[in-house]
Design a protein around this ligand. Structure first.
Ligand code: ACM
Length: 683
């Protein structure tokens, strides 16, 4: 029998013989738009030309999941190229031995952590062969194949290439918080398609928090009836999400956060809580005092039934119990709980939290699930099968925890609600050198998750806060660790971002839509110009920027700042041009820089009437004015430097002072071009 590996070896040899390349010939490098970058790429000259007779054939052990994925891929190809392919629906029966593209795998594969996701894609000028151990590999290979499509004066083609690929980490997740603001099914499905397009494989749903309980429970219906404002997934909808994800090779891991972040549970079931009071759904953000009562057996009986119900609703092996940010304040105030702490000989509420986690672990295990929880759940009495989800707490202890034999995934550094630039996330490795030096510890990191907390995210914002940045994080989780070229990442990301709308995302069009609502019937291009240069305040400073109580669940998230990029694209381009110009001034670079400054200089004239006509925009008046002012300073200094009189250092100091002041403009946005502009005028 020819095994997969042997057959592959064979194919490689034949490929190289056929392709007539000689070892001495330099390999050609194509400027490609692959994201994530595959483990190995061997380019060769030549093209597989695409025409309407193109067909796909599926052989081997592939099944329904592959037929559907191949059909979707063919439809996307048709949509992108405008070609009217003859082939309609791809099945295992309707085989086309003459097809240009053959897919084959050796077994369907299981949707579980650590399953083989590798694939080999071979494109020659005559045929395309995608081969994988499992269907999961085929799905990834199809995405790579679609990303390879190119065009030239003769039409569309796929470049001749041999790709051998597999992920660096087996857990490549995206967490979507549907509790703080509910995200309906269609938003979740869009994100599943986008995840599949960049080879992510775990959708983690944060399903309950102080501000909402988002799944129908038949065992405890007051959870969703009283804790959700009517915004929850029915069990039927959960089935739909889980099977939609499974078809795309994505696991769904549910999280029910406990013992804290649980106010919404207590609205219907106050007897679960550690304080006897009336509860309403929490509307403000932050760490809250309510928590479950860990001293009451009722809590564990309730959780046994509840977790049992949810364990059968969500088929994945893992069950996330949250466990974060429990401040224990109300535990200390409840005499029964204090007596329990004493009777158990606990020294602090941390011991009580550990006791609670252990009890919940036993329940999770009883229902045949593996437990995962945020860093705070860790204590060395837990069995090693418990997976630790690292965020800020426990990062310093991460290495020792991993060396104790526990496995972990990392979200620290991948919080999308920090409004950080893509490159910040991209350059942070899950194996963070400041925390991990031991290779044994590194081996216990299974991957990571981008985290979309939703305090500032409504359904129309979900896409644009998550994407396209998460595509770069997906590359960090999939590609070899040495793939770290930031400029090239941004080049590819721009193209990937547009292609993500092909699979149904709305991250670019929703920004346009929001700007249209802000501008009324007027042209939105001047809003885009301003948005190209500013970003929302980073980390959590938006919460504090205006006044602490301003942001609550029902606050409007429809203002300019909400539609702003976390990664202002024009500022990035300007900063890059200036950096190059300072290193090596050329007339071409100066022209490019001047063009950008000119657009900014003229923008306020265009934007001001729109701002004046719409009170919702008044807050950006100074921002708009300052953008033009800053650009005029830049142009003026460039002009003066060219003139025979030059520019005095006193004048430069004055301009720098003015630009520095613009860094502290009140509000929730900050300019991203000022350092480069200051560098330009002082160079
Ligand atoms: C968390 O951010 N509280 C997990």
């Amino acid at each position: 029998m020819i095994t997969y590996k042997k057959r592959y070896f064979f194919v490689v040899i034949i490929f190289f013989l056929q392709s007539q390349i000689i070892m001495a010939m330099p390999a050609i490098e194509r400027e490609h738009t692959l994201m994530p970058i595959p483990k190995e790429i061997l380019w060769d000259s030549g093209e597989f030309r695409l025409d309407e007779s193109f067909r796909i054939n599926v052989v081997g052990e592939a099944g329904d999941r592959t037929f559907k994925a191949a059909t979707r891929a063919l439809q996307r190809l048709s949509g992108r190229t405008g070609l009217f392919f003859e082939q309609d629906y791809i099945t295992g029966i309707n085989q086309s031995p003459e097809a240009g593209f053959e897919l084959m795998c050796y077994r369907p594969g299981e949707l579980k952590l650590g399953e083989d996701e590798s694939y080999r894609l071979r494109i020659s000028s005559r045929e395309i062969i995608l081969e994988a151990e499992t269907e999961l590999g085929l799905l990834h290979g199809l995405e790579t194949w679609l990303q390879l499509l190119m065009a030239d004066e003769e039409g569309y083609f796929f470049p001749v290439v041999l790709i051998e690929d597999e992920p660096r980490f087996p857990w490549r997740g995206l967490m979507i918080d549907v509790a703080r603001h509910f995200q309906p099914v269609h938003v979740i499905l869009q994100n599943i398609d986008a995840m599949a397009a960049v080879k992510m494989n775990v959708l983690h749903l944060h399903l309950s928090d102080d501000q909402g309980f988002r799944v129908e429970s038949k065992a405890y219906p007051l959870l969703h009836e009283m804790g959700s404002d009517g915004n929850y997934f029915t069990q039927c909808q959960i089935h739909e999400i889980v099977s939609y994800a499974a078809e795309r090779g994505i696991r769904v891991v549910p999280e029910f956060d406990m013992p804290s972040h649980t106010t919404s549970w207590f609205v219907g079931y106050p007897e679960l809580s550690s304080k006897d009071t009336l509860y309403t759904i929490e509307r403000s953000w932050g760490i809250k005092d309510p928590g479950m009562n860990p001293a009451n057996e009722y809590t564990y009986a309730f959780l046994d039934t509840f977790i049992g119900e949810m364990a059968s609703l969500f088929p994945d092996a893992y069950f996330h119990i949250g466990g974060d940010e429990n401040n224990g304040k109300w535990w200390k105030k409840n005499p029964e709980i204090v007596a329990f702490i004493d009777s158990m000989g606990f020294e602090t509420t941390h011991n009580l939290q550990a006791y609670f986690v252990k009890r919940v672990y036993e329940i999770v295990q009883k229902h045949n699930k593996l437990m995962i929880g945020w860093g705070e759940i860790y204590n060395p009495d837990l069995p090693q099968e418990v997976l630790i989800h690292f965020w800020s707490p426990r990062m310093k202890e991460m290495e020792s925890i991993l060396l104790n034999g526990y496995k972990g995934i990392v979200s620290n550094g991948y919080y999308l609600d920090y409004f950080r630039k893509t490159e910040y996330h991209y350059l942070l490795d899950p194996v963070r050198p400041e925390y991990i030096s031991d290779s044994l510890a590194a081996q216990n990191i299974l991957g990571g998750e981008a985290a979309s907390w939703a305090e500032f995210v409504t359904q129309e914002l979900t896409g644009l806060r998550i994407w396209p940045r998460t595509a770069a994080i997906a590359e960090r989780f999939w590609s070899p660790a040495n793939v770290r070229d930031v400029e090239d990442m941004y080049r590819r990301l721009e193209i990937v971002s547009i292609r993500l709308e092909e699979v149904g995302l709305d991250h670019l069009k929703n920004r346009d839509m929001m700007f249209r609502r802000l501008a009324g019937q007027r042209d939105i291009s001047s809003l885009h110009v301003l948005a190209g240069v500013v970003e929302p305040l980073k980390n959590y400073s938006r919460h504090r920027a205006v006044d602490k109580k301003r942001y609550v669940q029902h606050a409007p998230l429809t203002r300019f700042v909400d539609a702003a990029w976390s990664d202002a694209p024009d500022a990035r381009r300007f900063n890059m041009l200036v950096q190059k110009y300072i290193q090596q001034p050329t007339p071409e670079l100066e022209t490019e820089i001047r063009k950008m400054l000119q657009i900014w200089a003229e923008n306020h004239k265009k934007l001001e009437p729109i701002i004046n006509a719409n009170p919702i925009l008044w807050e950006i008046h100074t921002l708009s004015e300052d953008l033009s002012l800053s650009a005029n300073i830049g142009l003026m200094v460039l002009d003066k430097k060219k003139s025979w009189r030059g520019v005095s250092s006193k004048d430069i100091d004055k301009y720098v002072q003015q630009l520095e002041e613009m860094k502290h403009i009140p509000g929730e946005l900050s300019f991203q071009h000022l350092d480069a502009l200051i560098a330009l005028i002082t160079a």
